[in-house]
Design a protein around this ligand. Sequence first.
Ligand SMILES: *Cc1c(COP(=O)(O)O)cnc(C)c1O
Length: 363
Amino acid sequence: MGQPLYRGVIERYRTCLPVGRSTPVITLLEGNTPLLRAPRLARWLDLPEDGLWLKVEGMNPTGSFKDRGMTLAVSKALEAGAKGVLCASTGNTAASAAAYAARAGLRCAVLLPEGGVASGKLAAALMHGATVLSVRGNFDLALDLAQKAAQEAGWTLVNSVNPFRIQGQKTAAFEVIEALGRAPDFQFMPVGNAGNITAYWLGYREWHAALKKGLPRMMGWQAKGAAPLVLGRPVARPRTLASAIRIGRPASWSGAVKAKEESGGMIGAVSDAEIVSAWRRLAREEGVFCEPASAAGLAGLIRYAESGVFHRMDASRRKGVKVVCVLTGHGLKDPDTPTTLPFRQRTLEADPGAVRRALRSAR
Ligand SMILES: *Cc1c(COP(=O)(O)O)cnc(C)c1O
């Protein structure tokens, strides 16, 4: 007899989620993602070799953590007899909603900021048969429109203002605790609409209440040009190359502030240059290709480590420290941003000598 088959986050954590016996389970076997050690980065950051762990959420079925919330949101929409599901999205929510709606046999419409969505995300939404509407405006305006339209049309809004999204996404915290045997000391992650940091904090608190597994300090990171939570006010024209977190008015504002304050954590901002540098370093040194927005959390960790916090920790405490960095989405979703970087590619004649000479000068 082998292990029981994995059946997705709803079945895995059924007793902790708002589902009943008659709730239809729409799943693509999301969740159960790797928690991967990052020993080279750890050494560089003055952490012990087993001190830095990557939660690789790009390994979800549609390439981002959004699937954890979408399985529940779409299952509950189907249970409630929704006419369809609707969302505004910087891309990953759209790809996820479209896939789960297809699986459920529900209609799906997605409102995207025109020109602000990575090509792999748009491709997925189209392939899954969603009605794709590009809005002349940013994500925040698209979300306003989606909320209004959902109400008028009697469709279910599946953005993270839908509480089932947060419920589903909290399962990532459960998985981290199961993998480490306890909560990490710090969790670094990107923050856009702030649903994910809200969900992780909910998950960590629930398991701490039940199992006494400790609580992490929640370290959320926004991009400098889209940092309303750091500035303490909405940003009318959010700007960053990290399109997944190009959001000026986070819907879960209070959830993010609560996570930061209750956990003794922080919400900071990193520049696009810091994001790109962290993103490339992760791909080059650990073999993990995430999307630019996902690297904002790692960029925050690098900034935090460079301030000397880990270096100054006394040796016995530092030896046991556990840091988790959440990598929210897969790099292949956004294949165009790397082509804007100054990488060198060479074209050769089809000639063995040319290849030999090229390898001699290879790094
Ligand atoms: C949605 C998303 C985020 C931001 O998550 P929020 O819950 O909106 O804060 C970050 N990275 C990626 C890849 C995303 O898709």
